[in-house]
Design a protein around this ligand. Structure first.
Ligand code: XMP
Length: 525
């Protein structure tokens, strides 16, 4: 495996992604990890990320010098380049002019790092400090007009570094440079492939579970569906998938989930029809947070009731499977305290286990990024409508109905939402065919309807109507932290509005939410 030392929030993630794109397994570790801990993890290579600090700043992150003595090849970028230089006895100087954006690198292509790339190439720079003297035993292998040590190396010790960022797309030969390091210098092989991983995960689950029973809360979302599909392959009916139907999913969705996991995958599938219980609990509730609390609490009530029933039926559950993915773990910071054990505990705490209930956790996706989870899903044979499902909030349509939820409003919202999905799925598909990218710049990331608690006047045929408006919400985003309202073509908007008013009784108006996040949020509640 390749360890990526993270010297600044998010810098490591992109590098880890690039390494995995080359089918080599990589893992992010905090930069203050000790040489002894690294030795224990026995990596085949180390990459030092960039970071926002200056190496001479007071609280600048440093690196355990022992790491360079382990005999493990190291590649440093930007801050990683500078920290390698100062730690090994070189010097970094402040410079007056920074270097930001594209730069022309002149490199020595007899360096193993630049093999097969031109002697002049465009690289992406973002720095003010620069290495002014290389450590003993190092040679300079690349330079730009502004930066005399844009790349350096000590091939005997397999230590390499660059001031520029090979991980960003703007560095013309970045992927080749990374390949040269991983395959040329370190002699790694491409074994992080989805087919291998399916086999590996299946074997791991079998080994961990043995003859015991596993339970999974299956929501129909991508992550829990992939866990279910993996479980089906590994342990079949030893896995009970509990699908709690709160009646707040989108039109047709419960039927689709049931179809996939009863017909295509051989798990023990339990469809809990909790629609009436939820309707009763939510009656008259208008506060969004109270809705969330009610829905969340009831979910676990329903789920644990099934676990209890299994126990009473003589099929006790030992393991709880969860669709935790790698970014959840990195972001929770759990790895910072070292090792998997602490991670598992931190996730454990999120689930309100009732008194006396205990499960061991299985988290087969805890090393995967989201798009790897999708690839894994496809490799397992999950249908595209699940694998590419748009994000959908746990509390479902309840937080898209402003004010109290009732059956009439739910029915209107489901019908309007189904039209929006049909039209914008088709729109996204057209963009995919044009660009070849599933999540291209302008494809809609999340799209749905909101039903406000008001009425408006309209005229349909010869009659005045006093009916409901629906609000269309469609955003472009990559992580939901920020979002842009989608600049949908007018003809697409016109079709959606025309169809909703014509096909959904009780609706006489469609409005489009043209607010980005921030200042708005994606959902209305
Ligand atoms: P906001 O509305 O905060 O939403 O911009 C950001 C993303 O989170 C989703 N979301 C939720 N997901 N439970 C969830 O599981 C919730 O209570 C919840 N509220 C918002 C939302 O759909 C968007 O993708």
């Amino acid at each position: 495996k390749v360890l990526v030392f993270d010297f600044g929030a998010q810098y490591g993630q992109l590098i880890a992604r690039r390494v995995r794109d080359l089918h080599v397994y990589s893992e992010i570790v905090p930069c203050d990890i000790s040489a002894a801990e690294v030795a224990q993890m026995a990596p085949s290579a180390i990459i030092l990320s960039g970071g926002p600090a200056s190496v001479y700043a007071e609280d600048a992150p440093s690196i355990d010098a022992g790491i360079f003595e382990l005999g493990v090849p190291v590649l440093g970028f930007c801050y990683g380049h500078q920290i390698m230089a100062v730690t090994l006895g070189g010097e970094v100087a402040h410079s007056e002019v920074g270097e930001y954006g594209p730069a022309t690198l002149a490199c020595d292509n007899d360096s193993a790092l630049f093999k097969g790339t031109p002697m002049e190439q465009t690289v992406w720079m973002s720095h003010r400090d620069a290495v002014s003297r290389v450590p003993e035993g190092f040679v300079v292998t690349g330079r730009t007009d502004v930066c005399p040590v844009a790349a350096m190396e000590c091939p005997e010790r397999k230590l390499y570094s660059t001031q520029f960022h090979p991980e960003v797309r703007h560095t013309e030969h970045g992927q080749r440079i990374l390949k040269n390091f991983l395959f040329g210098v370190c002699g790694l092989v491409e074994d992080w492939t989805m087919d291998n991983l399916v086999e590996q995960k299946v074997a791991e689950i079998r080994e961990q579970v043995g003859e015991d029973r596993v339970i999974l809360a299956l929501s129909g979302g991508v992550d829990s569906s992939v866990v279910a599909a993996l479980g089906a392959r590994a342990i079949g009916k030893q896995m009970t998938c509990v699908f709690v139907n709160h009646g707040l999913l989108r039109k047709g969705e419960p039927e689709q989930v049931e179809e996939v996991f009863t017909k295509q995958f051989d798990v023990d599938f339990i469809h809990v029809h909790a629609e009436d219980r939820y309707a009763e609990l939510l009656a008259g509730v208008t506060d969004p947070e109270q809705k969330r609390r009610i829905i969340g609490t009831q979910f676990w009530n329903e789920f644990f009731a099934v676990a209890k029933q299994l126990e009473e039926d003589g099929r006790p559950v030992k393991y709880l499977a969860q669709g935790t993915i790698y970014p959840d773990i990195i972001e929770s910071g759990a790895r910072k305290t070292g090792g998997k054990a602490s991670t598992i505990k931190s996730h454990h705490n999120l689930i309100p286990f009732p008194e006396g209930v205990h499960f061991d956790l299985i988290e087969p996706l805890d090393h995967f990024f989201k798009d790897e989870v999708r690839e894994l899903g496809l490799a397992l044979g999950l249908p595209e409508h699940i694998v590419y499902r748009q994000p959908f909030p746990g509390p479902g349509l309840a937080i898209r109905i402003i004010g109290a939820v009732d059956p009439e409003k739910l029915s209107i919202l489901k019908d309007a939402d189904a039209i929006v999905r049909e039209e914008l799925d088709a729109y996204n598909q057209r963009l995919f065919e044009e660009t070849g990218e599933r999540n291209s710049e302008h494809s809609c990331w999340q799209y749905f309807c909101v039903l406000p608690d008001i009425r408006s006047v309209g005229v349909m045929g010869d009659e005045r109507t006093y009916a409901r408006p629906v609000i269309l919400r469609a955003v472009e985003s990559s992580d939901a932290m920020t979002a842009d309202w989608a600049k949908l073509p007018y003809d697409v908007l016109a079709r959606i509005s025309g169809r909703i008013v014509a096909e959904v009784p009780g609706v006489n108006r469609v409005a489009y939410d043209i607010t980005s996040k921030p200042p708005a949020t994606i959902e209305w509640e």
